[in-house]
Design a protein around this ligand. Structure first.
Ligand code: 9WN
Length: 456
């Protein structure tokens, strides 16, 4: 397994970073690179550092880390939307988009500080000699500052996503309501490249794609300025914000290792955790729900804008990766993971991306049911964090089995385990390596070991 996973990562390596898939996604993607670096550190800590530094070198002056960094050597029609759609170096200039490389203008979940910390831990001496943490720390701080300054659209302490591609779970049924208010772009104005490589029954529909295009074009036409853009789609996603809080804890560790004061990062992480619970927790659902900031007028008084979206996605369970959740909240999440909506350990072996009983459940289509490896890797960590080590270990075993059986598929049918989407997928191979190294906690060597104390 280790050799096969390493071969995938070698095959997807471009010399400076790793593509998620040679066919479907031939550029560098933001959260993919973070997960890939977490696995790469077991093969080559220096290559893992390079992965993250290549991504961060495309950071915009306003701090945003773009969701795609385009490889100029790949033909323009290999992926849509291509550089000529985003036009980052010109349209993004007011926000400080780099001139030397083309990128998208939206973001993905901020897993990077966590990845940087884990990569450092793989060989702390070599990392210190190369000055890795000292170089990435200011960039990671600027990234988190962008989210705090420009994406807290309701002023309530969480970051909002402004496009369904930003939370990384593109066509989750959670976006159906918010997206229904968006008029799709004219299909004659663009050509989908994904259908050349993927099965249409697995991918988002044309209608959803038209809406994605419309939203991205509107953001671009406002120069990617958050204050100027209308942001017709604005959602607080529990997965995105949970990863943000976990990354803020990692930033505290990084600051400490560099001899800086970790206090502000710890305080920020606590604020984010508090805001997650305050704004997105649903006692009734027993999980976190997304908040659609554009749903209806603000209720009277000082409460949060919009409404919670009555759809259960796996994103609502990801706060289990965040330290310091109130115990009753963590306990309810642990029950929901195994309950009728997600069925982990009974109906299914890997956590599905969406409610097994939801009206929109589709076992094939992308983020509307299939199980994804990064989500399950995060859940392994979350179960372990909240004391469920046996369940974490069992899930890690299932993830490894599924990765091997599907040739490192992008995602799989949660009922049959049949692989879907791309094969030889980057983060599937990388997270396999990570689980092989330490099945229970995904090896945070500074803080825990397979038999050690729970991760704080
Ligand atoms: C759009 C690269 C990315 C992942 C996302 C996944 C998919 C892109 C697409 O592929 O999104 O960003 O074209 O569908 O949904 O999570 O980062 O692997």
């Amino acid at each position: 397994m280790r050799r096969a996973a390493a071969r995938v990562l070698d095959g997807n390596w471009t010399g400076t970073s790793t593509v998620p898939s040679r066919s479907l996604y031939p550029h560098q993607w933001s959260w993919d690179s973070a997960f890939i670096a977490i696995g790469l550190r077991h093969l080559s800590p220096v290559r893992a550092q390079r992965e993250l530094e290549t991504l961060l070198s495309a950071q915009w002056a306003d701090g945003r880390v773009p969701h795609i960094v385009f490889n100029a050597e790949v033909p323009p029609d290999a992926y849509f939307p291509s550089p000529s759609f985003w036009r980052s170096s010109t349209a993004g200039a007011p926000c400080g988009a780099p001139g030397a490389v083309e990128t998208s203008g939206i973001v993905q979940p901020p897993v990077h500080a966590l990845a940087a910390w884990l990569v450092h831990g793989a060989d702390p001496d070599a990392s210190a000699r190369r000055g890795f943490l000292a170089r990435v720390h200011p960039r990671l701080v600027a990234w988190h500052r962008y989210l705090a300054r420009h994406r807290d659209l309701d002023g309530g302490g969480l970051a909002a996503v402004v496009h369904p591609w930003e939370p990384g779970m593109d066509n989750s049924p959670c976006w159906d309501g918010p997206l229904s208010r968006i008029a799709p772009a004219d299909p004659a104005t663009y050509r989908r490249a994904d259908l050349t490589h993927g099965d249409a029954a697995d991918r988002p529909t044309d209608l959803d794609y038209g809406r994605y295009v419309r939203l991205a074009a509107a953001y671009r036409d406002h120069g990617y300025r958050d204050a100027a853009a209308e942001h017709a789609f604005a959602v607080e996603d529990p997965g995105f914000n949970a990863l943000y809080a976990a990354a803020e804890h990692a930033l505290a560790r990084i600051a400490e290792a560099l001899g800086h004061d970790p206090g502000p990062h710890r305080a920020r992480a606590a604020e984010l955790t508090d805001a997650l619970v305050r704004r997105l927790w649903s006692e009734q659902a027993g999980q976190f729900l997304a908040r659609d900031l554009r749903a209806g007028p603000r209720q009277s008084g000082a409460g949060p804008a919009g409404r919670l979206v009555a759809e259960r996605s796996a994103a609502g369970l990801l706060p289990l990766v965040v330290p310091g959740l109130p115990r009753p909240v963590a306990d309810a999440l642990l029950r929901t993971v195994a309950g009728e909506h997600f069925g982990l350990g009974s109906a299914v072996r890997l956590l599905p991306s969406y409610d097994l009983r939801g009206a929109a459940f589709d076992r094939r289509r992308y983020w509307r049911g299939p199980a994804w490896f990064n989500v399950n890797w995060l859940l392994v960590r979350g179960l372990s964090r909240y004391g469920e080590r046996a369940r974490a270990d069992a899930l890690a075993g299932e993830v490894l089995r599924a990765a091997g059986a599907t040739r490192f598929a992008e995602y799989l049918d949660p009922y049959t385990g049949e692989g879907r989407g791309a094969r030889e997928f980057g983060w599937t191979a990388a997270l396999t390596l990570d689980l092989l190294a330490d099945p229970v906690v995904g090896a945070d060597p500074q803080r825990a070991s397979r038999t050690g104390a729970p991760v704080p």
